[in-house]
Structure formats: structure tokens, C-alpha cells
Design a protein. Structure first.
Length: 396
């Protein structure tokens, strides 16, 4: 073979295509000359790729700029994301969240379907029902929907579309991509939910324009997605970001029930949403048993802390130190630009971000830049949009 695998002509073409489309998407109305200047790709290659992208309708001429007198028609080009659509699915508990969005990130239809924990057959039926309802509800032509992006909590083979294990859904070695294609005719782009949240932040959230950041979820599971040098980092066994297994400082370890280590990591025992809720119930029971009986969501604990209620602040103050030390260590090791708290608890996490920063003052040379996601619980479905977008660039 004359050319090594990493530098095959088709790989170079795909790389050029991806860089050009990403540049147009980021810049808005942009000329071929500017694309060449920004990317370093030769003008003939840019011309050829732009013509192909126009034929595929992935970009379009920006006639508005011509009308404002800024040039001839066809001189400026923009990303045509609003003409292409994706079905995005977040397979979570207790509800599956589904939506139809365009490639620019605008959500056109959104629905939920309840999950029956552990019932694989029923949950697959409900997934199919949700996809059918989304198609029927939206006014988008089927031919304009380019695939399904799906995130699931569990272990997945993202390359082959197989759910290796998801206790929540009741699936094991489940060939989801093959089954959905047979039932719906749509190509499935599959990944775990944390990876999709991270991709969503990179494409539409606080991670836009960043090359190195972490996306942390503080839900039932405590996990982390990583973007390093602009790419999603998966690790040698596709199992990176397992911050649930971080071992905290010795002073926090007496809080740990070591009998639970078979099902939970140490850090998860300390800072997960169920742990926050459990501690909140214990403390509130002491001062207001009636109110404690109605405490059924960890969000209530965060919200009460935000309102200055002492019992809730006491709970939050137990999770701030281990979180702060973990965030500082991750950021220092990887030289991160930002740590984003994403997922269902993103809005509520605004209570703890200033507390974490304050705790770290005087303990580290550089306090990490920690932000609460502006996408919140929609980060995963927005990641589904980006997953299909990336698939289109590589496979169209």
C-alpha cells in the first residue's frame, strides 16, 4: 500500500470537508477566500468542496448579504442546518425524552414516554411508539430527517450500535441500531448519555469553541465526559470519565458505607443525587417531620440551600469539599479550560459552584473555571443532534 491508513485520500477529503463545514457553521456568512484563509486549505480544494456541499444542500448561498449590498449572489455561504432534521432521544429514568430538532439546534417537537425499569421488551415498544409519535407530530418531511441520535445510561458499543448493558432499560447485548433500522428505516447514531451531554455542550452549550473541558453529571450516577484537543476522549477501554471511582481525601472516608462498593464508586456515595436526598431527609426529619415526608427530589435540597435554609446548607456543605478537590485535581492534571456541570441537576448546581470556588481559594495555584450548563437536561438530546451532524459529514 502506497499510502498509510491514516492518510488515505478519502480520509483527507473527509477531514477537509469536516473542517470547511465546521468553519462555515461557526463563522456564519463567509466567502470561499475567507474559508481558505481560516483553514489553510487550498482555494481549489475549498471551491470543490463548497460546490459539493451546495449540491448536498448542507450549505447555501447567503442572499441576505447580497441584498444588503455586501457582494454578488453566491459570494457568501452559510450553514443550512435549518433544512435538515434529527430525531434525538435521551433514554433516561423515569422518562424517555424525545425531540425533533434541526441541525442548527432548534427544537421543533418534544415529547416524553415513561420507562418501565428493567422491562426490556416493553421499553423497546415504548421507544418505537415515541419515535412514531414524533414523526406524526412534526411537520417535517420524512426525507429531511437524516437519522436518530440516541443516548443511554449504560455500556454501549457506539461503533456497532449495540447496547452492551443497561439495567435501567433491561437490555443486554441488544442490537438496537439494527432493530431500529429494520423497524423505522432510520440510521441510529448511539452513544452513552454522558458522552452525548459532552458532545451537546461542545456543539451548542458552554463548550463551544473550547478544546479542553470536562462535562460532569451529578445525578444518580456521578460521571464525566472529556473533550481533549477538540475531540471526545473515550479511554483505552471506552470507559473514561469514571469519576464515581475517585478516592476522596481520608477525612471524608468515614462517611462511606464500604458494603456498597460493589454497586457504587466511593465519590458517588458522597455526592450523588440520592445521597443528597438521603441526607436531606435525615436532617429535615429532626426539625420538621411533616415537611421531610414530602422531600422526594434532590432538587428540593439544592433549592432550599439556595434560599438559605440551614438544614439544606448543611447537606450541601458535605458535598462541596470532595467535589472541589476532585474538580481541582482533574483540571490541574488535564489543564482544562472549563468544568461544566450538566444534566438534570445543572440549574440547581449554581448553588454549589461559588461555594466550590471559595473552598479552593488558598488551596491551589489556579481555581478551576466551573460553570453550570445553560442546556440543562437538554444537553443529551442536543448531543444527539451533534452526533448525527458528525455522522452526516463522514458518511453523506
Amino acid at each position: 500500500m502506497l499510502v498509510s491508513r491514516g492518510y488515505k485520500i478519502e480520509n483527507i477529503r473527509t477531514f477537509n470537508r469536516t473542517v470547511i463545514v465546521n468553519t462555515i457553521r461557526a463563522e456564519g456568512a463567509v466567502s470561499k477566500a475567507k474559508i481558505a484563509r481560516l483553514t489553510g486549505i487550498s482555494v481549489p480544494t475549498v471551491n470543490r468542496q463548497v460546490e459539493e456541499l451546495l449540491r448536498e444542500d448542507l450549505i447555501c448561498q447567503d442572499h441576505n448579504d447580497f441584498e444588503r449590498g455586501r457582494g454578488r449572489p453566491g459570494e457568501l455561504f452559510e450553514f443550512n442546518g435549518k433544512s435538515h432534521f434529527v430525531i434525538g432521544i435521551d433514554l433516561a429514568f423515569p422518562n424517555i425524552r424525545g425531540m425533533v430538532a434541526d441541525l442548527s439546534g432548534t427544537i421543533h417537537t418534544e415529547m416524553i414516554e415513561p420507562v418501565e425499569k428493567g422491562n426490556g421488551v416493553e421499553n423497546y415498544r415504548r421507544l418505537l411508539s415515541l419515535i412514531e409519535r414524533l414523526q406524526n407530530e412534526t411537520k417535517v418531511e420524512r426525507s429531511k430527517i437524516y437519522g436518530i441520535g440516541l443516548g443511554i445510561g449504560g455500556i454501549v458499543d457506539h461503533e456497532n450500535g449495540i447496547v452492551l448493558q443497561s439495567a435501567m432499560m433491561g437490555w443486554e447485548n441488544f442490537h438496537l441500531a439494527k432493530l431500529l433500522y429494520t423497524e423505522t428505516g432510520f440510521t441510529l447514531f448511539l452513544d452513552n448519555d454522558v458522552s452525548l451531554s459532552t458532545i451537546g455542550e461542545h456543539g451548542f452549550g458552554l463548550g463551544q469553541g473550547l478544546s479542553n473541558f470536562a462535562c460532569v453529571t451529578l445525578g444518580t450516577r456521578v460521571l464525566c465526559g472529556l473533550v481533549l484537543d477538540g475531540n471526545l476522549f473515550r479511554g483505552s477501554n471506552f470507559n473514561s470519565g469514571r469519576i464515581d471511582n475517585f478516592i476522596p481525601a481520608y477525612e471524608f472516608q468515614p462517611q462511606i458505607n464500604h458494603h456498597d462498593l460493589e454497586s457504587q464508586g466511593i465519590m458517588e456515595m458522597l455526592v450523588s443525587s440520592p445521597n443528597v436526598l438521603r441526607k436531606g431527609r435525615i436532617l429535615l426529619e429532626r426539625i420538621n417531620p411533616g415537611k421531610a415526608a414530602h422531600l422526594d427530589d434532590p432538587k428540593q435540597v439544592y433549592q432550599a440551600a439556595g434560599q438559605g435554609e440551614p438544614w439544606a446548607l448543611e447537606v450541601i456543605e458535605t458535598i462541596v469539599p470532595p467535589l472541589a478537590l476532585m474538580f481541582s485535581n482533574i483540571s490541574s492534571l488535564l489543564d482544562l479550560e472549563m468544568i461544566i456541570i450538566s444534566g438534570r441537576m445543572a440549574d440547581e448546581s449554581q448553588v454549589i459552584t461559588p461555594m466550590i470556588s471559595e473552598y479552593l481559594k488558598g488551596k491551589t495555584l489556579r481555581v478551576p473555571n466551573i460553570k453550570s450548563s445553560n442546556l440543562g437536561s437538554k444537553a443529551t438530546v442536543m448531543g444527539a443532534v451533534m452526533l448525527v451532524y458528525k455522522g452526516i459529514l463522514h458518511n453523506w
